[in-house]
Design a protein around this ligand. Structure first.
Ligand code: GDP
Length: 444
């Protein structure tokens, strides 16, 4: 899987920070050094690495120590923000022309995955927008390319226009566009020729095609496995053709992921899709935020951190934690905690955001039924203040009274008290152990 090494490295970085209450200058120096190494190892282009590290250093040095997050979490947040930024910020949609057809031109080096991507995109437009695309086979130098596009076209049920290998690509494109107009195709996807390396002749030809086709999108297809080379290729293509977006293919492969991280910064152009396999459906919209979380190996950990920051009453949480530690946690606190959890949203959703949890068997069965919470609440509210503060006095007769008072059975009241005692015990264990339990889940 792409980014694996980077992910591992990054997790190492955060592990070293875990448990610290304050960040010293040495800590920051150490962290930025590690990040720098991690990015270089991932084959990210040097200028990109430099500017990235500088930004992280500046922000990490300047941050206010927040009460809600410890330094490891704060640095994680900064790195995530900056990663998201260099990956392009938000997602980038495919542009449409106001008049049909929208012309999309695929360019790139040979073997990058242009033809495959043309097929994937055609399929996507067809299935998601109910569109009627036409593909034009303009790669006349690699005879197999035309055949390959026809096979893919056939597979996805999209027509392919070709004129063999004896007509010039510019001529083929002109005729193909005429046909698309006649047939009222809403999209035209042009598969152009690639070379093993960039040469002037290829660029000239692409410039000519651009001129006759006037494309809304010129999508450069690059192979993620080529790392810095991909970034360099992107730079050159962009200078000559003013591309509108980049497609990074083979992100499923054993890549270091550097290409994806360098391209945006170097070209200023967004990555629009990622190819994640050889199948026609192996195409994903490129979401910088998700990619960043994936690189950092956090599942949606950040969303969770943000949620916790937003929804939890910081001081009150600390007080409750203290009570658990001192074993003075009672039913009043219990009810308060129930409310906090209810405010945060469905528990199963929250659990799934913790890395590694979503793949745990049975996780989808963890449902917190709001009715269940309401019932527990009712039972607690049927207790006297004394009982709530001192659950040890809950004798069978008191339990029976509570059951009757709250419209529950004796068994249910017993269950609640048992649960309360169990979680109290468990929480006490956690509280007296590693308080950094949230990040502790990361990477073990
Ligand atoms: P072109 O020369 O740029 O048109 O490249 P092709 O579309 O012929 O792709 C070259 C090779 O890469 C083919 O074997 C494709 O199956 C493969 N390929 C393309 N995209 C992906 C991808 O996202 N993941 C993987 N694993 N293979 C891909």
């Amino acid at each position: 899987m792409a980014f694996e090494n980077l992910t591992e490295r990054m997790q190492g970085v955060f592990k070293n920070l875990r448990g610290k209450r304050k960040l010293t200058e040495e800590d920051i120096a150490q962290v930025t050094k590690e990040i720098r190494l991690a990015l270089l190892e991932a084959d990210v282009a040097l200028p990109v690495v430099k500017s990235f590290v500088r930004k992280v250093r500046e922000r990490a040095t300047g941050f206010e120590v927040s009460e809600a997050l410890d330094p490891a979490q704060q640095v994680l947040k900064i790195v995530d923000d900056e990663l998201t930024e260099i990956l392009g910020g938000g997602e980038s949609q495919l542009q449409k022309s106001p008049k049909i057809p929208t012309v999309i031109m695929m360019v790139g080096l040979q073997g990058a995955g242009k033809t495959t991507f043309a097929g994937k995109l055609a399929n996507r437009l067809k299935t998601e927008e109910n569109a009627r695309p036409l593909m034009i086979a303009a790669d006349v130098y690699r005879p197999a390319a035309i055949e390959q596009l026809k096979v893919i076209g056939n597979q996805v049920g999209v027509p392919v226009f070709d004129k063999g290998t004896d007509v010039s690509p510019v001529e083929i494109v002109k005729e193909g566009l005429e046909l698309a107009k006649q047939n009222k195709n809403d999209y035209v996807l042009i598969d152009t020729a690639g070379r093993l390396e960039i040469d002037d002749k290829l660029m000239n030809e692409l410039e000519q095609i651009k001129e006759v086709a006037n494309p809304t999108e010129i999508l450069l297809v690059v192979d993620a496995m080529t790392g810095q080379v991909a970034a360099q290729v992107a730079k050159t293509f962009n200078e000559r053709l003013d591309i509108t977006g980049v497609i990074v293919t083979k992100l499923d492969g054993d890549t270091r992921g550097g290409a994806a991280l360098s391209i945006r910064e170097i070209t200023g152009k967004p990555i629009k899709f990622a190819g994640v396999g050889e199948k026609i459906t192996d195409l994903e919209v490129f979401y910088p935020e998700r990619m960043s979380s994936r690189i950092l190996g956090m599942g949606d950990m950040l969303t969770l951190i943000e949620k916790a920051q937003k929804d939890f009453d910081e001081e009150r949480s600390i007080e409750l934690a203290q009570k658990m530690k001192e074993n003075t946690f009672d039913f009043n606190d219990f009810i308060e905690q129930l409310d906090q959890v209810t405010n945060m949203g469905p528990l199963d959703e929250i659990l799934k955001m913790i890395p590694g949890m979503s793949s745990m068997p049975g996780i989808s069965d963890v449902k917190v039924d709001p009715k269940e919470i309401a019932r527990k609440r009712a039972m607690v509210l049927s207790m006297t203040p004394e009982e709530r503060e001192n659950p040890d006095i809950l004798s069978p007769s008191r339990r029976r009274r509570i059951a009757a008072g709250s419209g529950n059975t004796f068994i249910e009241v017993n269950k609640l008290i048992k649960q309360f005692n169990q979680s109290k015990k468990m929480m006490q264990g956690i509280m007296n152990g590693d308080m950094n339990s949230l990040l502790g889940q990361m990477g073990g």
